[in-house]
Design a binder for this molecule. Structure first.
Ligand code: ADP
Ligand code: MG
Length: 235
């Protein structure tokens, strides 16, 4: 597939046009940001590892009936995906307390929850990705009620699938963020699923295998991604 002009450069990836107007190439960079880009850095080979991990996970989800944008992994850093119109909401599931849930609600990190929490945030860096509810989403026309129902159903299914996927690798899925897009009238899972977008704790030890190593300067950042990649590809 021919790589054409750059369409968008984000914090972690670049999108390129292709010869097919329905397809784009997602290029994974080594750039890392946290706290809405207030903290910036790079993690050597992160782009290569996230492309490989995300490809594996999307293949697994696709094989289990989740519609995704993945067409195929093209190279170390490139993935061919269906070009979608991104729904401007970040969809989060929390299985255990961490991150902003702890900061905003005074909950101790790692606390078990009575049930998973589904959260929506407006995907708009300039407003700091504020939390929003169903009414905001439908009233502001960000998605229709029907689309939102689909998004919720797919998200809970992704949580169930990924919890057992990671548990088989001795990893607990603490929380994750996903994005959806519209493609030919349908809602599909888009963007990436990687240690940048999930909190992954090793079962038993609680060792962090995700971007929190970068966020909180825990050291051995690259090694966390490498460990996830190793387990995901050996599966
Ligand atoms: N299949 C797709 N089609 C079009 N846009 C996509 C697709 N998958 C992801 N995107 C968008 O491309 C961008 C990926 O780059 P990223 O570095 O994550 O950007 P950002 O800084 O906006 O998070 C995101 O804005 C994401 O919403
Ligand atoms: Mg992003």
């Amino acid at each position: 597939m021919e790589k054409k002009e750059k369409l968008y450069e984000g914090k972690a990836k670049i999108l390129y046009a292709t010869g097919d107007p329905d397809m784009v190439i997602q290029y994974f960079k080594d750039d890392a940001t946290a706290f809405n880009a207030k903290k910036k850095g790079t993690v050597e080979d992160k782009g290569i590892m996230n492309n490989a991990i995300s490809s594996k996970i999307f293949e697994f989800l696709q094989a289990n009936g989740v519609p995704t944008h993945l067409v195929k992994r093209l190279s170390d850093r490139e993935m061919l995906v269906k070009k979608v119109e991104i729904v401007k909401v970040e969809v989060i599931i929390r299985n255990r307390a961490a991150g902003s849930l702890c900061r905003n609600y005074g909950v101790e990190e790692g606390r078990t929850l009575h049930h998973p929490i589904l959260e929506f945030c407006y995907k708009e860096d300039k407003y700091n990705d504020p939390l929003m509810n169903d009414a905001h989403i439908t009233a502001l026309g960000i998605a229709t009620e029907k689309e939102l129902d689909k998004i919720k159903a797919i998200t809970f299914k992704v949580n169930d699938l990924l919890k057992s996927f990671f548990l088989a690798l001795n990893i607990e899925l603490i929380d994750f963020k996903i994005e959806f897009g519209r493609y030919k009238g349908d809602i599909v899972l888009a963007d990436e699923i990687s240690p940048d977008t999930c909190r992954l704790w090793e079962v038993g030890t609680g060792v962090r295998l995700d971007k929190d190593r970068f966020r909180h300067d825990l050291g051995n950042i690259k090694e966390g991604y490498q460990e996830v990649l190793k387990r995901v590809t050996e599966k």
